[in-house]
Design a protein around this ligand. Structure first.
Ligand code: PMP
Length: 450
């Protein structure tokens, strides 16, 4: 058992606090040789508020508890961390009951696809379950290079590099490439991983109104000359709203103001463009119109991880110097093989791409006809239904769940309170009947909630 003091602190913790207080006092007094007596330091340590050394008093945890308690008071079941008992596709099994599922990014149904599953299993048999160190150290497997080559060829650029997490891809790429003399400009709805990367980089951060390239042009006109490198970051399809930027305008601005342009294709790969090659195909752009093509392997590609595709200087550079690649384990063989197999399926699966686009359009059209507020969604796989309050979003999600439909609420602070919503991810495997029934139930339950 750990020894405790009369204040309930373990002796070890107390000694560390005393030591920290002593050091703080010394540095405040500019005194490295020691100026405070041990007794003074002990007194100072005992005055440290509990909130500074207890996680249950952390502001984030306290906020979470308030949300959980008010949800419990209102009788709302927790919609998060639901336990799925099999592959979550257009349908899923939760607690032995079948649901129509709109809460996964399995847009083209490749998670659970026999070819993808077989490729992952074969990779384990051949290469084991881990590459056991970072790739510079433990070396590549042919699967890594094959996946990177296929990604580069999809974008018609020199090369690509894959990372073990999509989120970490943005954090480490932006965090490494940019610094305090630089500016990063991003759409106001950009994903958290981009914001984290900017914070890590120390670059100045400015946002522009959603999809407003004219606002971006104005900001660049005023700000460009004050910085060395400038990066503009947008998404292919916005994950909360299901709309997309007028990318050719952003390409023009990149040339006009001499900036870098980065596009996060997490949700657009497999969903946009006639053959699912993403926003580049949709607009008929060249690979080098964008400097940094970023995407995730966790959505259409039914795996886990992220990628950066671009010119040789960018990719080689990241492979040798981006901390999230250099100091992190290489992608496991099974995970790499699954993404590669999904990418190879995508190359021949026009029907799935057409189906996800058609089902999304159907959902959007029916929702609009039913008078639901779908904000700016274009019907490309991501369709929000705005409820106007977190409470209503929670109620609606729970009512749908009772009727066999799994759709997640997005609550404040993930979005502003008035923009709280349910978010539907449509897959090529949803049937027209499932979509028609779902929209009818959503409209009915929304009317009931009021
Ligand atoms: N970018 C965007 C736009 C995302 O929506 C997400 C997560 N959904 C990520 C990056 C992070 O990807 P991952 O979940 O694969 O880490």
């Amino acid at each position: 058992m750990t020894a405790t003091t009369t204040t309930g602190l373990s002796v070890g913790i107390k000694q560390r606090l005393i030591q920290q207080a002593l050091e703080r006092r010394r540095s405040e007094a500019g005194d490295t040789a020691g100026g405070a007596t041990l007794e003074q330091a002990q007194q100072a340590a005992l005055k440290v508020p509990e909130a500074f050394y207890r996680f249950d008093q952390h502001p984030g945890y306290q906020q979470l508890r308030v949300i959980q308690q008010s949800a419990a008071r209102l009788g709302l079941a927790n919609p998060f961390f639901r336990m799925h008992e099999g592959t979550a596709g257009a349908e899923t099994c939760i607690g032995s009951r079948e649901y129509v599922n709109f809460a996964s990014y399995n847009y083209l149904g490749y998670s659970g696809h026999p070819m993808v599953a077989e490729a992952a299993k074969a990779a384990i048999d051949r290469y084991g379950t881990s590459v056991s160190a970072s790739r510079p150290v433990s070396g590549d497997r042919p699967l890594h290079r094959e996946l990177e080559r296929e990604l580069a060829s999809l974008y018609e650029v020199d090369d690509a590099v894959v990372f073990v997490s999509g989120h970490a891809t943005n954090v480490t790429t932006i965090g490494y490439l940019f610094g305090p003399r630089d500016l990063v400009l991003h759409d106001e709805l950009i994903h958290n991983s981009v914001l984290q990367g900017i914070q890590l980089s120390g670059a100045r951060r400015l946002s522009f109104a959603h999809n407003d390239w004219q606002a971006l042009d104005r900001i660049l006109g005023e700000q460009r000359q004050h910085f060395e490198r400038v990066l503009v970051v947008v998404e292919g399809i916005y994950s909360m709203d299901g709309d997309y930027p007028d990318l050719p305008r952003f390409v023009e601005l990149k040339h006009k103001h001499k900036t870098f342009l980065m596009v996060d294709e997490a949700h657009s790969l497999g969903v946009m463009g006639a053959t699912g090659k993403g926003i580049r195909e949709h607009f008929g752009l060249a690979g080098d119109d964008v400097d940094i093509w970023m995407g995730t392997l966790s959505k259409t590609l039914a795996s886990c991880g992220g990628y950066i595709a671009g010119n040789t200087a960018l990719v080689e550079h990241l492979k040798f110097l981006a901390p999230g690649f250099l100091y992190s384990v290489g992608m496991p063989p099974s995970v790499t093989a699954a993404a590669l197999a999904a990418l190879q399926c995508l190359a021949h699966d026009r029907e799935r791409v057409q189906a996800v686009q058609a089902r999304g359009e159907l959902f959007l059209r029916l929702a609009k006809e039913a008078g639901l507020d779908t904000a700016t969604s274009t019907g490309l796989a991501v369709i929000p239904v705005i409820t106007g309050s977190s409470f209503k979003a929670g109620r609606l999600s729970s009512a749908l769940f009772d009727r066999g439909i799994n759709a997640q609420p997005i609550l404040y602070p993930a979005v502003p309170e008035h923009a709280a919503r349910l978010r539907f991810f449509v897959s090529c495997e949803h049937t027209e009947a499932q979509i028609t029934r779902t929209v009818a139930i959503v409209a009915e339950e929304m009317a009931r909630i009021g």
